[in-house]
Ligand binder design. Structure first.
Ligand SMILES: *Cc1c(COP(=O)(O)O)cnc(C)c1O
Length: 396
């Protein structure tokens, strides 16, 4: 115990205090389990915030990274590299989009998406006052552009002014979107399933209407799949479940399964009429190491039938969570899809999460009253049972 305390004390002296962290130092992982510095074992239903889809210490993934490290880690985007070519081809194939730009994080993917949308509109009419419609309770990242479209005023307040010309509408309320549209609107951005905002899936009818509106007015639909994408919903990207294709989409989190990567992708129509050489760039984005991670992740998703597993275990997780919701008066409802689920409580969930951690179960919240379940995508029904047993005992 002392060892963890010492590190935590040192951390609080040296690191900028921007997180209220749980008092745990994680040391290693294996499969769906994490171990802290004292060797205590935890069942992980957080997966590094929807990142570690393949579980920890995946031998094939680790070996692919080691091989790439021994070959070359970085070259810069002045040149081509083989892993990036392979990763781009694979990502284009599974997404059904046409072109990809690799970034280092989710927020950067959102930044790129915003720039592409603004450039697209600029090339049409030469104006520089285009507007973007974003959703209340959305989360798109902490950089200035991504923050500007994040529908949480508390996150934005101290950092005003934002990038400007952003209007917020209510998710699943088409009239509210319609009331914000005008001739300056260049894009509508939303998460197919809101993550941080409390696990709110978009409704099919709403998304279809937004898509039709976008097509009618040549507004670009940007779907943020950073959290709900990469198989978690039961489709590779959640929009594929709805059959509503975006003009631009973002991905990150599980895309690299632990190596910091992201991407924004677009249709050929947008690609041919937006960003050109010199418009956008990044030193690291899509470097050989990052791209090797993406390559192996996409291969393993296919080889290990990850999406099939999400669909079968996800259905089971829903059933078990519904039972808990039925059993406890303090639980209001369950929301979600596949392996991105939320239990909505009538009370703050902070204490429950702390109890779960003590009992060896890693959970996180999504807002004050919602427990979020975003486990590695390789979990089995037995892991779900284990998780439910621990959570059940904590609720008692
Ligand atoms: C996490 C997240 C982001 C930001 O990604 P970072 O890698 O933390 O910058 C953006 N959008 C959504 C939906 C997210 O969940």
């Amino acid at each position: 115990m002392e060892l963890m305390k010492d590190y935590i004390e040192e951390a609080e002296k040296a690191l900028l205090h921007t997180y209220n962290r749980y008092q745990i130092v994680f040391d290693k992982g294996e499969g769906v389990y994490l171990y802290d510095l004292n060797g205590k074992k935890y069942l992980d239903f957080c997966a590094g915030i929807a990142v570690f889809a393949l579980g920890y210490k995946n031998e094939e993934y680790n070996q692919a990274l080691k091989n790439q490290i021994d070959k070359i880690i970085h070259t810069s985007n002045y040149y081509y590299n083989v892993p990036a070519v392979e990763a781009a081809k694979k990502l284009v194939k599974v997404s059904g989009m046409d072109r990809v730009f690799f970034t280092n994080s989710g927020a950067e993917a959102v930044e790129g998406a915003i720039k592409a949308a603004r450039k697209y509109a600029y090339l049409k009419d030469g104006n520089t006052d285009h507007e973007i419609i974003a959703m209340e309770h959305s989360f798109h990242g902490r950089t200035m552009g991504a923050l500007s479209v994040t529908g949480n005023p508390k996150y934005r307040e101290a950092f005003q002014p934002m990038i400007g010309n952003i209007r917020f509408a209510s998710l699943n309320d088409f009239d509210s979107v319609l009331s914000k549209v005008n001739e300056k609107t260049c894009a509508i951005i939303l998460e197919t399933i809101q993550g941080e905002g409390g696990i709110h899936p978009v409704e099919k009818e709403f998304l279809s209407k937004v898509k039709a509106l976008c097509e009618e007015k040549d507004i670009l639909l940007i779907l943020d799949e950073i959290q709900c994408g990469m198989g978690r919903s039961g489709a590779m990207f959640a929009w594929q479940k709805y059959g509503v294709k975006p003009d631009i989409m973002t991905t990150a989190k599980a895309l690299g399964c632990g190596v910091p990567v992201g991407a924004f992708l677009m249709t050929e129509k947008v690609a041919a009429n937006s960003l050109v050489a010199g418009d956008h760039g990044t030193t690291y984005g899509g470097n050989p190491l990052a791209a090797a991670a993406i390559n192996k992740v996409l291969d393993l998703f296919e080889e290990k039938s990850i999406i099939e597993n999400v669909n079968s275990v996800g259905t089971y997780l829903e059933k078990r969570l519904d039972e808990l919701a039925e059993k406890y008066e303090m639980i209001e409802t369950r929301r979600g899809m596949g392996l991105i689920q939320g239990l909505v409580f009538k009370v703050p969930v902070g204490e429950i999460i702390k109890k779960a951690l003590d009992a060896g179960l890693v959970l996180i919240n999504a807002g004050e009253k919602i427990i979020r379940f975003i486990p590695p995508l390789i979990i089995t029904k037995e892991h779900v049972d284990q998780m439910i047993d621990i959570l059940d005992s904590c609720l008692q």
